[in-house]
Structures are given as structure tokens and as C-alpha cells.
Design a binder for this molecule. Structure first.
Ligand SMILES: Nc1nc2c(c(=O)[nH]1)N[C@H]1C(S)=C(S)[C@@H](COP(=O)(O)O)O[C@H]1N2
Ligand SMILES: [Mo]
Length: 205
């Protein structure tokens, strides 16, 4: 496609998405897939990698890469909305549903929030109820290809109904909490919840 064809295709897709009520306010459709994160792309070492579930659970769990890969897989298609105003439609994600991972632990009665943990100390806070939604998964693959390191490979969280900073790349586990603990971007001025349909971009707005 030429650049001109591409911009026509993009605008057509955007018009259709708007008509279908799939484009949150203030967003525009991108055909590309931008790469956005704080810090550097971490190196993946299968031997050192683990996935830890801790906090408000009866017994914490630690999985190796092999153990995580052996969990049941599901494919989910969803739209992805970044707070910087681009949306990428119809992403085909394949991985392990959050609800399937949660089966590995017994959450305590007070568990109501999660702090998602990633390489290099990146975190994001998400209410547990949001993580139980059917489109939320830990993804290995995107559109039929293994996730590249730049896009969060080997494993990222996908929370399609919240702004994409909650879709934590290079995820290494989560901690269940009885209170909300702000994550990296949330401490740096982003909204604590981040609903794109309500334009919850920044804290206090
Ligand atoms: N670990 C980590 N995950 C992250 C981020 C980050 O800085 N670190 N940035 C978030 C933001 S703001 C966005 S828009 C998406 C971008 O994902 P992409 O680079 O695959 O498009 O990743 C999210 N996940
Ligand atoms: Mo973002």
C-alpha cells in the first residue's frame, strides 16, 4: 500500500469503528502498532524467569517458564487503547486467561485489588473484579506470532477495557491486596482506574 492508500484505509476503519461504537472518545485508529514503555527492553532468560503470585492468598505460588507454558491456552480478540490517543483494533491475543491463573491460588476473603508486577519494578494496579473479566489474559502471542520483546515478550498482561498502561509488558506475577496500591504510571499522574470510555486519563479528572 502507498502512504495515501494507507491513510484512506485508516480513515475508513476509524469511521467504521466510530459507527460501531468501538472507538472511545478522543482516540484515533492506528494501523501500525506503536511501541511504548518506560525504560529498556529486558532480556529474557528462561532459566531465571518465574511467575509469582503473592499477597492476600492462602499460599503463595511460584511457577517456572515451563510450568506457565503448560497452563491452558485461550485466544481472545480485542481493541487496545493507549492514553496517548491511539487505538489498535482487533488484536488477536493468545495466552492464559487471568481466571485460569487465579485457580492456582486460594485468595483470602479481603483480596480486592492486584498490583501487577513486571521486570525492572514496573507495576500497575487493577481491581481484582476487572481482572476476572473474560477478555483479560496473560498473552504469549499476538496476531499469530510470538510477542516480540519490544511488545512485552515473552509474556504480557492484556486488560482490553482499560487504558493500555494497565496491559503490563514483561509481566512476572501479581500481588493480591486488600487495598489499592498505585502503580508506576498511576503514581506519575495517570488515573488510578483508567477507563477509556470515561476518558480517565489523568489523576483528579
Ligand atoms: N512493563 C511495562 N509495561 C507497559 C509499559 C511500561 O512502561 N512498562 N507501558 C504501557 C503503555 S503506556 C502502553 S501504551 C502499552 C504499549 O504496549 P505496546 O508497546 O506493545 O504497544 O504498554 C504498557 N505496558
Ligand atoms: Mo500508553
Amino acid at each position: 500500500m502507498t502512504t495515501a492508500d494507507e491513510s484512506v484505509a485508516r480513515r475508513e476503519l476509524e469511521k467504521r469503528a466510530k459507527a460501531e461504537g468501538r472507538l472511545p472518545p478522543g482516540q484515533s485508529v492506528t494501523l501500525k502498532w506503536p511501541i511504548l514503555h518506560y525504560g529498556s527492553v529486558p532480556h529474557f532468560d528462561e532459566e531465571k524467569w518465574d511467575f509469582q503470585i503473592s499477597g492476600e492468598v492462602e499460599a503463595p505460588v511460584k511457577l517456572s517458564w515451563k510450568e506457565f507454558r503448560a497452563l491452558p491456552r485461550t485466544e481472545v480478540t480485542s481493541d487496545f487503547h493507549c492514553v496517548t490517543r491511539w487505538s489498535r483494533l482487533d488484536n488477536r491475543w493468545r495466552g492464559v486467561l487471568f481466571t485460569d491463573v487465579l485457580k492456582l491460588v486460594a485468595p483470602k476473603a479481603g483480596a480486592a485489588f492486584a498490583s501487577i508486577l513486571a521486570e525492572e519494578g514496573y507495576t500497575a494496579n487493577v481491581p481484582l473484579a476487572d481482572l476476572l473479566r473474560s477478555g483479560v489474559l496473560f498473552a504469549f502471542d499476538h496476531d499469530g506470532e510470538p510477542l516480540t520483546a519490544e511488545h512485552g515478550g515473552p509474556l504480557r498482561l492484556v486488560v482490553p477495557h482499560l487504558y493500555a498502561w494497565k496491559s503490563v509488558k514483561w509481566v512476572r506475577g501479581f500481588m493480591l491486596l486488600d487495598h489499592d496500591r498505585l502503580g508506576f504510571w498511576e503514581r506519575n499522574g495517570y488515573h488510578e482506574y483508567g477507563d477509556p470510555w470515561k476518558e480517565q486519563r489523568y489523576a483528579g479528572r
